[in-house]
Design a protein around this ligand. Structure first.
Ligand code: ADE
Length: 241
């Protein structure tokens, strides 16, 4: 049997893990051994008396920068497999998308470095071949919450984690479309009916309605996704029949 998918997190706040990943779907999978998590304290690799991990930026400016030597020592001490991707969470990274999540989930796991302060010394990014990853165009106070989001996105795709019920063949992004609206009982909520077609029992009509809704939502909310989709050969719109 191959080893389960492994997340190795390097952070100044190991107590933030597993955090929300210890409950619900990811938490049950963790307890079942479908994936494993190790949160390592970067500060354990500090060498001076004060256990300092950061210093002032070369060239001046506000804030503090995570030291290259300390972080490199922390990375090396983790001794992860060479084929395991080494990520660093950062708002200046490449935006995380489902395609990269799928690749990461299909691999052995990931090392995820959580930055704090103004950033980390550029030389360690280069020397340890780190991949900078952003979870969106906003600034968090550190990489930990971004790392939790990335791990959650990967773990739910691991074999055996999602049941058939939860499995996301039709979910947002898997087909380049946002998800169509969902409804359940009661039939009437504050005077609003469930769209009639959904209770008609006509499966072909339901499928066509859902595709049309997904398309109009995507067009309105995500013109970038819509443009990428219609640019692809073989994409068929519900309205094409
Ligand atoms: N650290 C701070 N903000 C971040 C973001 N948007 N994505 C990833 N890591 C971050």
């Amino acid at each position: 049997m191959t080893a389960p998918w492994r997340a190795t997190v390097l952070t100044l706040f190991p107590e933030m893990f597993p955090g929300p990943l210890g409950v619900s779907l990811a938490g049950r999978a963790l307890a079942a051994g479908l994936w494993s998590l190790e949160a390592r304290d970067i500060r354990d690799s500090a060498t001076d008396r004060h256990r300092s991990v950061d210093d002032t930026p070369a060239g001046g400016g506000p804030g503090m920068v995570l030291r290259a030597d300390v972080l490199a020592a922390a990375i090396d001490a983790a001794a992860i497999a060479p084929e395991c991707p080494k990520l660093v969470m950062s708002p200046r990274g490449r935006p995380l998308a489902q395609a990269r999540v799928r690749e990461l989930a299909a691999g052995p796991g990931a090392m995820i470095i959580c930055g704090r302060f103004e950033g980390i010394d550029q030389r360690v990014i280069e020397a340890r071949n780190l991949e900078e990853v952003s979870i969106g165009d906003y600034v968090l106070s550190g990489g930990e919450i971004a790392a939790l989001a990335l791990i959650d996105a990967c773990v739910r795709l691991l074999p055996g984690v999602m049941g058939k019920q939860e499995s996301g063949a039709e979910e947002s992004f898997s087909e380049g479309l946002l998800e169509y609206p969902q409804y359940t009982r009661p039939q009437v909520f504050e005077g609003r009916q469930i769209p009639e077609i959904l209770t008609s029992g006509d499966h072909a009509k339901v499928a066509a309605w859902r595709t049309a809704e997904a398309e109009s939502l995507t067009r309105a909310r995500r013109p970038d996704m819509w443009a990428a989709r219609i640019g692809q050969p073989g994409t068929k719109k519900a309205t094409d029949g």
